[in-house]
Design a protein around this ligand. Structure first.
Ligand SMILES: Cc1cc2nc3c(=O)[nH]c(=O)nc-3n(C[C@H](O)[C@H](O)[C@H](O)COP(=O)(O)OP(=O)(O)OC[C@H]3O[C@@H](n4cnc5c(N)ncnc54)[C@H](O)[C@@H]3O)c2cc1C
Length: 449
């Protein structure tokens, strides 16, 4: 067995920079990757989905420009859309590939499994190291529905490789991936039906926020079935038919499964290194991302973290700090994220119910975008800004924004929370007119009453 300094399993959002960093410091780093370098975000997730949404939302905006006196006859060239999606994806992938291949990283393009305590095999090699980092991410979960395995379906792994979209697409799942790709496909010309098992889309988010998304998607022509329990799936000629327990059959000629994620821990044989998994298959980690085996860390999606690229990246920075003797807890950060539908739903910090659950004296104020000059001027009034404060010290603790480019704007509040700012700080600021952001000091002022 070869002795090396570091083993990284998975070239994802945290694993790649960590491997590069440690290799730069002169360590012998072995990096195992079983698929394309760069991980899910670059190859099957954020990058291709957002490139697709760039086309889709431009088409959507053009169709919605009537009230501004602009009437467009939108023609979508799906082949060109997907060609561009793959071009953007491949550029990012190639840049990951170049960085790794040109570094001193000892890359093994194979699936890795533990063989014993801190020893790993793959690609015909077996290595051991005092430091191992698991960054194996997640894959699309495929629900155990009768007949599903027997019909052709896509997940996020396949959809970006199509030449054109099915003309009648069924999306199984009402989470953010299903909504983004469902609205994207609709705006690119497909008929889309979203089949969602929960009572509403994005059921973990605030109801009034998701209602706005629901209505926007329906206005685009997306059909949404909530509370829809799929009993079976079958082929009927060229059609795929979902039999719904409590409703009519749903028919289409393409199926996208976007029904959650499952951790990539099956192949790892983590138990051989004394690494415990949680009931849901995620790797169990402590506050510093260390697993139950000393010297073995897990980062990103597979460590049961909120499944976002920026979280995996931040995990890498925390492990690096720990290795540098300046340990930083994994929760020592403000979580923000965005659903890139139109309008967008962006969140940072805590909602009011979450804050109350943590024992804070939480209070929130909400402003509809129709109260913001820019919203009216640009006919983008769909949405709201909501701020949450802790009345005990007036600090801002969270925000929910729904609206045009809400995902950009939310960082104003993330920065306030990170800096421990109060609503008085925000209220006292002078923001540019007429921007969406200028609504924020006005909204903060409402906490005075
Ligand atoms: C459609 C879609 C859209 C998304 N959009 C966004 C977005 O807009 N913003 C956002 O923040 N997040 C988004 N995400 C989530 C984001 O992609 C993930 O949170 C992120 O990629 C997780 O990074 P990671 O480092 O944990 O793992 P990954 O990036 O998944 O990397 C894990 C790597 O490990 C490899 N691997 C697995 N098992 C083994 C093994 N045994 N041996 C060797 N290699 C192995 C895999 O092949 C993979 O390359 C999206 C996801 C999807 C599916």
């Amino acid at each position: 067995m070869e002795q090396v300094d570091v083993i990284v399993i998975g070239c994802g959002q945290g694993g790649k920079p960590l491997a590069l960093d440690l290799a730069d410091r002169g360590k012998h780093v072995v990096l195992f990757e079983r698929e394309r370098l760069g991980g899910s975000c670059v190859n099957f997730g954020c990058t291709p989905s957002k490139a697709l949404l760039a086309s889709a939302h431009n088409a959507g905006r053009a169709r919605l420009a009537g009230p501004l006196g602009i009437h467009c006859d939108v023609r979508v060239d799906q082949r060109a859309v997907f060609e561009r999606v793959r071009k953007v994806r491949d550029e990012w992938h190639d840049s990951s590939e170049k960085k790794v291949v040109e570094s001193t990283i000892d890359l093994i393009r194979a699936e890795a499994s533990f063989t014993g305590v801190r020893s790993v095999a793959g690609g015909g090699r077996e290595v051991t190291a005092p430091l191992i980092v698991i960054d194996t991410g997640t894959s699309a979960a495929v629900p155990p529905v009768d007949g599903l395995a027997g019909v052709p379906y896509m997940t996020n792994h396949e959809i970006f490789d199509v030449e054109t979209l099915p003309t009648r697409l069924i999306v199984l799942g009402g989470g953010y991936i299903g909504l983004e790709l469902g609205q994207g496909a609709r705006r690119l010309g497909s008929e889309v039906t979203i089949v969602n098992a929960a009572s509403r889309i994005m059921a973990n988010e605030e109801e009034d926020a998701t209602k706005i998304l629901h209505d926007a998607l329906v206005d685009d022509g997306v059909v949404i079935f909530n509370d829809a329990k799929v009993k079976s799936v079958r082929k009927d000629g060229d059609e795929i038919v979902l039999q719904i327990e409590n409703g009519p059959d749903v028919r289409g000629n393409g199926l996208l499964v976007a029904a959650g994620r499952t951790p990539n821990t099956g192949a790892l044989r983590a138990e051989r290194s004394g690494i415990e998994l949680l009931e849901n298959g995620m790797v169990k980690v402590d506050d510093y991302l260390q697993t139950t085996c000393a010297g073995v860390y897990a980062i990103g999606d597979v460590a049961g973290q909120p499944a976002f690229t920026h979280v995996s990246w931040e995990d890498y920075r925390r492990v690096k700090s720990t290795l540098d003797g300046k340990p930083r807890k994994r929760d020592d950060r403000v979580l923000s994220y965005t659903t890139f539908t139109e309008p967008q739903l962006a969140r940072t910090g805590l909602t009011e119910p979450e804050a109350k659950k943590r024992g804070l004296d939480a209070r929130s104020k909400t402003m509809p975008l129709s109260d913001v000059a820019r919203g009216e001027e640009w006919n983008l009034t769909r949405g709201f800004f909501r701020l949450v404060i802790d009345d005990a010290n007036d600090k801002i603790v969270g925000a929910t924004f729904v609206g045009y480019e809400a995902g950009e704007l939310i960082h104003v509040i993330t920065a306030h929370i990170e800096l421990g700012a109060t609503w008085h700080d925000l209220e006292g600021s002078m923001y540019v007119h007429p921007t969406f952001a200028e609504g924020l000091p006005t909204l903060a002022r409402e906490f005075a009453s």
